[in-house]
Write a protein that binds this ligand. Sequence first.
Ligand code: HEM
Length: 195
Amino acid sequence: MPAPTPSTLHQQLRLATKEPHHALDHHPLMARLLAPDVSRDEYGDALAAMHGIYATTEAALLTYLARSPELFDYASRRKLPALEADLAALGRQAVAVTVPLPAIDGTGALFGMLYTLEGATLGGQFIAARLRQQGAGDLPMQFYTVYGEQVRPRWLAFLENAEQRCPSAEYPSAVATAVALFEGISRHLDTCRQP
Ligand code: HEM
């Protein structure tokens, strides 16, 4: 008998992105962030690559939400300024995206993209704690500590908002967009590693 489809949007998103998340956090560029001997250059490589992703997706989110502001307040959650501050402190240039990333063509796609970016703040908290443990706490970490103590409350508020505002007919689109974004990020990281 096939496994039943989980009921909530969050359950569906988490299940569908489990493997692509695993692929992403094991990508050589990302995995180095957790290595005990991570260098300042490797840390900068990961942030420089992420800039292209956030520049593209945050612009798409803000454009879409300007037309439907009742769906979510993303403007107060932008992470690009923190990322740019870290890159400036490291003296590094951003790397633009050259692979396709999913577009936002409806409410489902909106919440699929938001899920991926908001969930990444949980991973960021984990990465920042690990870097401090490894003695690399002097690296500029505005991006990975972007919500400070508010990571968990803001995550829960996002999930609650998503369950309320995303109609169940849009769940397949949310799931497809989140998976496509994870896969797009992995492909972008591949291009960043090519000489
Ligand atoms: C080295 C890289 C990464 C590591 C080590 C990592 C680690 C983690 C961890 C530990 C969690 C669970 C946190 C918790 O439940 O308290 C998490 C959740 C999550 N991460 Fe990552 N992450 C990484 C990269 C990313 C990236 C680049 C993205 C997307 C841009 C991402 C998206 C997510 C999402 C959406 C969740 C929420 C999963 C859920 O629904 O519970 N992560 N990550």
